[in-house]
Structure formats: structure tokens, C-alpha cells
Ligand binder design. Structure first.
Ligand code: ADP
Length: 587
């Protein structure tokens, strides 16, 4: 059992995967033995033939041999077929299970994990690493372990027949393996280097694609291409170096193993001359060793692949080893007040929030304000358990949200964040994401309430218009209104809102504002606020600075506070607004 577990980890297999590999191994053993058995038939036929040649006795039982050969062929077909099914057929199920399992796992991983591994890296794991493992599962493990077992069985039989010939024939096998295992560290190091170089390349390509506009706008194409070329060259070099080293060792091992044929002939000839062994025994050994070497030759290359696959298996296991955010599947809070109790948080090592305490009441708008980097967005993310607080607790209606399954919890949240994610689908379907199974009428009502009609009517197919990858065809304000429509459709009791006004013009802003006010009535609203208007209209303001709450209260109250931080911020912003109006007038 323990071995099973280690084996499973080593090759990133599921429970079924282990059974599949065992089956593949078993059938490989059977196939190898059947093939050697075929050699037995040939041997018997040769023996009779020799007798006929030597003493002229009649060649007996030709039909019997024909029957034997036929039986061998049938058996051989059946076992090969079973081996094929066990090694290839079943493995494809395993690959499917692996990919679905990975996606499921990734879905449940805390966001902190994604901060550490970038997108190219994860894509490489789900596609590349699984592919590599697939090849190992299907082409390698069964054959490799099957060959170990069948060779051990054949070796025992050969040793029993004639130990001298057996050693002459098989000495190369352990030597070849020793050579390969000796080179293992080097092979693994090479594999890691190649992987790192490959990641550099995909990172580079992704970066170039993501920033294509900036690159064009700043005329950096050549520089980017040069850098990418350098990475590709480096990848090619590490790969060639790795392949060369592996090839050298694998072929060296194969040559050493095959020296066994020569030693068998030498030893055999000597033994025949001294009358200790008859010719037919040597003949049998020579027949059998070709069959022993064949699977092993294959195995030598396979072992190299096993070494290389370890990097991929480790990367897969890293995903499985990261604990997921767990919790109970029921969430029945008493009301929806959000209470931060001495919350501390660090993304990496740097403390971003320190002993943050405040309450966002149901039916009220609570605005988080403060300089950029003070931790406002972080508070909003923690409130939805996108990350877990490192100290203190966040309660919703008296329930500590860290105890609730994130997906169940999010059922009670709507989020309208700056970075709206849109899918390459129609406007209608993008809004419908807010509520699974919403009817068209419901979607349209939410869209109208979010002031989407006005721009959607101008699209060629109205709500049936595809909006391009991540809504490439829409403006910032339009995207945000879609996101508000989603939230309206969902109608969750808690709304987290990250205002972004930078990309909106005045007209758009008014429309978004109208949509928002419909969304927010009666909800517990936590806003990361940038606009003075929102802030003034809020029921409560929490001022953050450097990760701590430095002021909180109703807007009027804070404004009236002599020398208060909020009062000062407000004065500054009003001054700058007046200044810009003034300067426009002057112009
Ligand atoms: P605000 O919303 O007030 O501008 P944030 O909550 O976004 O502030 O950020 C607070 C601090 O946390 C900043 O110093 C920022 O650099 C850091 N930070 C934000 N997001 C991450 C992240 N995903 N990983 C690491 N650090 C982060």
C-alpha cells in the first residue's frame, strides 16, 4: 500500500491510474512470456529437425506443430490486444480524469496560489505536463515494469537450465541499468533546465501578445523579437544538450547489453567444445536472449523518459499539495452585516492590513477611502474570502466566513470590480452569467436597469451580438454596465464595488451611477471609493492609511472634524476639481 502511494505520487497518478498501470504491467509480462514461449515452439521444431537430419528418423507431427503455431498466433494476438487496451486505451481515461481533476482543483485553490504561479506556467502544467505524463503512463510504465518482471522470470529459468550461459547472456543488463541510473541526476537536472527554458519562451510569447499594443505604439517590435529569439535559442541549446547526454547514455547502455550476445557465443562455444553443453542449448539461449533484449532496449529509452518526467510530475503534485480553501456547505447568517475584527493580512511577507476593525451594516453603503496602496481593495477581497485573513476574523451576520465553503459563500455576494471579465460570447450570455438559468426576460430586465439598452441597441444584433474576446469591442463604461447588470440579475444581499472612474467620461459616469443606485438599495454595500460624490452619499466612511483604519464615521461627522484626514482629503479633491474647471474655463 505504502509503495502504491509513493508510486502514485512519483507519477502523479490517480487511484484508478495505479490499477491501470498494474494491469498494463501484468499484460506486458504475459506478452513477453508468450513471445518467449513462441521461441520454445521454434526450438522444439528445430530439435526434431536436427534428429531427422542426424539419424534420418521421420519428421513427426507436422500438423501438431502447425496447430501449435496457430495457437501461438491466436494467443499472441489476444495478449497483445489486451496489453494495448490496458496501456493505451485505459490511459486516455486517466488523462481525461487528470485534466478535469486539475481544473476542479485549480478552481478550488485560494487566489494566493495564482499570485505565485503565472498564467503561462499554469497553462504549461495543464497542457504540457499532463501530455508528458500521459506519454509516460501509456508508453512507459507498463512496458518498463512488465519487462522487469518477465526478464526476472526468464532469468530464473535460464539460470536453472545452465547458469554459466545465463550469466554470459545477462550480465549486460545490470551493467546497462547501473550506467543509466548513474546518469539519473544529470538527466533530471537537464530536464529541469529545459523546462525552465521552455517556460521562459512561453512567458515571452504571452507577454508579447498581451502587450502588443504598447509594443507597437513604442516601436519596440525589434527589441522584443530579439529578446524572444534569444530565449528560443537558449531553449534549443538546453534541449540539444539534454538530448545529447541522454542519447549517449541510453545508446551506451544498449551497446553494453548487446555485448551479451558475443559473450554467450564465446562461452557457449567453449562449453560445447569441452562437451559440457550441447549445441541445441546454446541455440535456445541465443533465441531467447534476442527476446530479452528487445523489451529492454525499449526500456532503456523509457527509463530516460521516466527521469525526465519527474519534473512534470513534481509540478503536477505541487498543485495537488496546495491546500484548497475549504468550509461547510451551509451559510445561514443572521442578517448581512460585515464585521472586520482585528484583521491582519499579508500577501507575501509584507503586512498589508494591520488590526483592521469596522462594520459595514446591512442596508447601508460603507465606503473605504484612503491613498492608493492603503489596502482598500485588499479589504474588499478579504470580505469575499477571495483570500483568507491571516489574523483576526471577518464575520457576516455573525458567521466567520473562513468556515464557509467559498463557493457557497459567494452565492451571497455580487462583485463589481475594476477588471470586469467578459467572455467571448453574446451580450445576453455575458449578463446571464450573473444567475444560472435566468430567463431571457430576467436578463433583459436587469440589462435595462443597468442602462445597457442604450449601447446594446446600437450593436448589429442587439443582445445577440458577440462581444469579442474579453469584451474587446466594448468601452470601459459599457463593460462596467454589463458587470452591473450581472450583479442586478444575481440580486445578492452583499455588494462589493470597486469604483473605477478613470476610464469613464462624464455622460457614461452618470449612466453607471444611475445603474448602481438601483443595484445598491437595501444591500450591504462595501465600496472602494474614488469619487467624492460616492463618498459624500455613503452612510459610513472608513479611512485607511497604510493598512490601518485611522478614521471612521458618517461623512458629515468626518468633514466637521478639525484637522481630520478625511476633511483634508476632501478639501484637496474639491480644490483640484475647482482648479480643473477653472483652467478649462480659462482655456
Ligand atoms: P488600494 O486598493 O488601497 O490601492 P490594495 O489593497 O490594492 O490598495 O494594496 C495594498 C498593498 O498590497 C499594496 O502595497 C499592494 O502593492 C499590495 N498588493 C495588492 N495586491 C497584491 C497581490 N495580489 N500580491 C501582492 N501584493 C499585493
Amino acid at each position: 500500500m505504502l509503495f502504491d502511494k509513493r508510486f502514485q505520487r512519483k507519477f502523479a497518478l490517480s487511484d484508478e491510474g495505479v490499477t491501470t498501470v498494474k494491469k498494463g504491467t501484468l499484460w506486458t509480462v504475459i506478452v513477453n512470456l508468450v513471445v518467449v514461449g513462441g521461441m520454445g515452439i521454434l526450438y522444439l521444431l528445430m530439435m526434431r529437425f536436427m534428429d531427422t537430419l542426424i539419424d534420418g528418423s521421420p519428421l513427426p507431427g507436422i500438423p501438431l506443430f502447425l496447430l501449435g503455431t496457430l495457437a501461438f498466433l491466436v494467443l499472441s494476438f489476444i495478449t497483445h490486444y489486451q496489453q494495448y487496451r490496458a496501456t493505451y486505451g485505459l490511459v486516455y481515461e486517466e488523462v481525461k480524469a487528470m485534466r478535469v481533476g486539475l481544473a476542479e482543483r485549480l478552481r478550488r485553490l485560494p487566489l494566493s496560489f495564482f499570485g505565485r504561479r503565472d498564467l503561462a506556467d499554469l497553462t504549461e502544467t495543464v497542457m504540457g505536463d499532463v501530455n508528458r505524463m500521459e506519454h509516460v503512463w501509456s508508453h512507459v510504465l507498463g512496458y518498463l515494469y512488465g519487462s522487469y518482471v518477465s526478464t526476472a522470470i526468464i532469468a530464473v529459468v535460464l539460470l536453472a537450465m545452465d547458469w554459466r550461459l545465463a550469466i554470459a547472456c545477462l550480465w549486460g543488463v545490470p551493467v546497462a541499468f547501473a550506467l543509466l541510473f548513474g546518469s539519473r541526476k544529470m538527466a533530471e537536472r537537464n530536464a529541469e533546465r529545459t523546462k525552465a527554458a521552455a517556460l521562459e519562451v512561453s512567458d515571452g510569447i504571452q507577454e508579447a501578445l498581451e502587450n502588443i499594443r504598447e509594443i507597437r505604439a513604442t516601436n519596440q517590435e525589434q527589441r522584443f523579437l530579439d529578446a524572444l529569439n534569444a530565449r528560443i535559442d537558449a531553449h534549443e541549446r538546453t534541449m540539444i544538450r539534454g538530448e545529447l547526454a541522454t542519447g549517449l547514455f541510453v545508446n551506451g547502455a544498449s551497446v553494453i547489453m548487446r555485448l551479451g550476445v558475443a559473450t554467450t557465443i564465446l562461452v557457449g562455444a567453449n562449453l560445447i567444445v569441452s562437451g559440457q553443453v550441447d549445441f541445441m542449448t546454446l541455440f535456445l539461449f541465443l533465441l531467447v536472449i534476442t527476446r530479452v533484449y528487445a523489451p529492454f532496449d525499449q526500456s532503456l529509452a523509457l527509463i530516460a523518459e521516466v527521469f525526465l518526467s519527474q519534473v512534470s510530475a513534481d509540478r503536477l503534485m505541487q498543485i495537488y499539495d496546495t491546500p484548497t480553501a475549504e468550509g461547510v456547505m451551509t451559510f445561514e447568517p443572521a442578517g448581512h452585516d460585515i464585521v472586520f475584527k482585528n484583521v491582519g493580512f499579508a500577501y507575501d511577507n509584507e503586512q498589508v492590513l494591520k488590526a483592521v476593525s469596522f462594520t459595514a451594516k446591512e442596508g447601508q453603503v460603507t465606503a473605504l477611502v484612503g491613498p492608493s496602496g492603503s489596502g482598500k481593495s485588499t479589504c474588499a477581497r478579504l470580505a469575499a474570502r477571495l483570500w483568507d485573513a491571516t489574523e483576526g476574523a471577518i464575520e457576516v451576520g455573525g458567521v466567520n466566513i473562513a468556515t464557509v465553503d467559498p463557493e457557497v459563500l459567494l452565492g451571497d455576494y455580487s462583485m463589481v470590480f475594476q477588471d470586469v471579465t467578459l467572455f467571448d460570447d453574446t451580450v445576453m450570455e455575458n449578463i446571464r452569467l450573473g444567475k444560472h438559468g435566468a430567463t431571457d426576460a430576467e436578463v433583459l430586465a436587469a440589462a435595462a436597469a443597468a442602462n445597457c439598452d442604450e449601447f446594446v441597441d446600437k450593436l448589429p444584433a442587439g443582445y445577440g451580438t458577440p462581444i469579442g474576446e474579453n469584451g474587446a469591442k466594448l468601452s470601459g463604461g459599457e463593460r462596467q454596465r454589463i458587470s452591473i447588470a450581472r450583479a442586478l440579475l444575481k440580486d445578492a444581499p452583499i455588494v462589493l464595488l470597486d469604483e473605477a472612474t478613470a476610464s469613464l467620461d462624464v455622460e457614461n459616469e452618470t449612466k453607471v451611477q444611475g445603474a448602481l443606485s438601483r443595484l445598491l438599495t437595501g444591500k450591504t454595500v462595501l465600496v472602494v471609493a474614488h469619487r467624492m460624490r460616492t463618498v459624500e452619499d455613503a452612510d459610513k466612511i472608513v479611512v485607511l492609511s497604510d493598512g490601518s483604519v485611522i478614521e471612521e464615521g458618517a461623512p458629515g461627522e468626518l468633514l466637521a472634524r478639525e484637522g481630520g484626514v478625511f476633511a483634508r482629503m476632501h478639501a484637496l479633491q474639491s480644490a483640484s476639481a475647482q482648479w480643473s474647471l477653472q483652467s478649462q474655463k480659462d482655456a
